[in-house]
Write a protein that binds this ligand. Sequence first.
Ligand code: FES
Length: 559
Amino acid sequence: MRKGLTSYGDAGFSLFLRKAFIKAMGYSDDALDRPIVGITNTYSDFNPCHGNVPQLIEAVKRGAMLAGAMPMVFPTISIHESFAYPTSMFLRNLMAMDTEEMIRALPVDSVVLIGGCDKTTPAQVMGAVSADRPAIVLPVGPMLVGHFKGEVLGACTDCRRLWGEFRGGRLSAEDIEVANERLVPSVGTCGVMGTASTIACMMEALGLALPGSATIPATHADRVRIAEATGKRAAELTKGDLKPSDILTPDALRNAIVMMQAIGGSTNAVVHLSAIAGRTATPLDIEEFDEVGRRTPVLVDLKPSGEHYMEHFHYAGGVPRLMQELKDLLALDAKHVMGGTLGDAIRMFEDVPGQTVIKPRHAPLKEEGGIAVLRGNLAPRGAVIKQAAASAKLMQHEGRAVVFDSVEDMAKRIDDPALDVDEDDVLVLRNAGPIGAPGMPEAGYLPIPRKLAQKGVKDMVRISDARMSGTAFGTIVLHIAPESAAGGPLALVRNGDRIRLDVAGRSIDLLVDEAELAKRRAVWSPPSFPDAQRGYARLYREHVQQADQGCDFDFLRAK
Ligand code: FES
């Protein structure tokens, strides 16, 4: 209770006043003299992914009290993917600032970060690293799978797949309505290897969350038990000095990249881990993702790269079992929030006979990691492609550009029967980056134009400065940096230009000579943002960084 006293010019009075107020809640001096475990409350009626947060909070409290500490809950912003205008990414840094400042402002000796829906855990960790008080992550856990006409379903890969079937006229209006009720059958985060699951697995690899905590379904009793164990460990953390900055070393960050690649993780994780690393003393270079990816196979057979769902990954032994296959690629002596090393933390694991979700090293799902980093005259500061979820026949491709100037332009024209497009073309979306949209929406998964979808075309090369949901799939180049709205070369592409993608060669190029590009550059003018003249929108526009730096605000990065 003595930490961070409100300033009245008299510390004794500040403490006296604080105690007088908090006693209104019925606390005894014994309770108030205990170390305090802060618990973030990200429950919201608008965030179904966090629907189990109240139950988890109770369990964390129980764990903290069993270990002799005093748990105290405080609210922060909660962000759900479908309830965040204009995008959840736009709000991630606001949640990071909220979390950081509340940890700093409140007299907590350690903090449990309960999050899960895509941007929440990255935001919480970004804030916690900057506040640098002992912290432990508790994911809310994945939702259960749904069932529809004998098929197993998981949000949101199957949301996209079924919507594509509906658009292509292969699923009726009645069926799509029924499917809508079956796709999300429980609380918890998306049940495929989307961003939430990717980040949760990376938290185990970073050493910030208890072993096994990424994959236990949100509705299972084990989820509640691991919440209790997390509370207990948070109480122990109050007695030591193990802070996020001690755990988030370059080795730990590389362990997280190994995990991201081995699970065929979400491209969004590149942005989030870059932002988290930017809060530490050792920022990541985007090339490290590619370098680690070249020697890390995809071992987990989960949608959208594979077949199964998060609960199946859990039944197969989860992250600790996967790490047994990756031991030679991991820095096992990296520090872990449990107190020892990552190697100590994963010593106990379950070997499930006959499981097929976690592949052995000698028979990987893909020889190389899920995500590759591309460069070229279209992406001088890099771009990413989820090669694990792309079409093999499009990995080397040259085609004619069909350009959309904005997300709105794309929505207006993509299904126009008069659109001049065929399946060998390259769909280009611009002004959808961190500044341009704003908030870098998950619009990079451009729909296949309806007239081509109806002919059975399922994939085309699509490129943009946008992001893509971790649950999506296709030959899709994302995060082109610098973005179009910042004057990147994407702004100069015109309909009919030739574009060449070479994933093996890690390149993405606009086949237009430099003299012509210089002419186009001379007449280009940046877009204006009349809606971003005040408040958070203005702060965001003036300070957000490009994708290769994690889209954090420049003033929030570590000095
Ligand atoms: Fe919350 Fe997918 S919408 S994790």
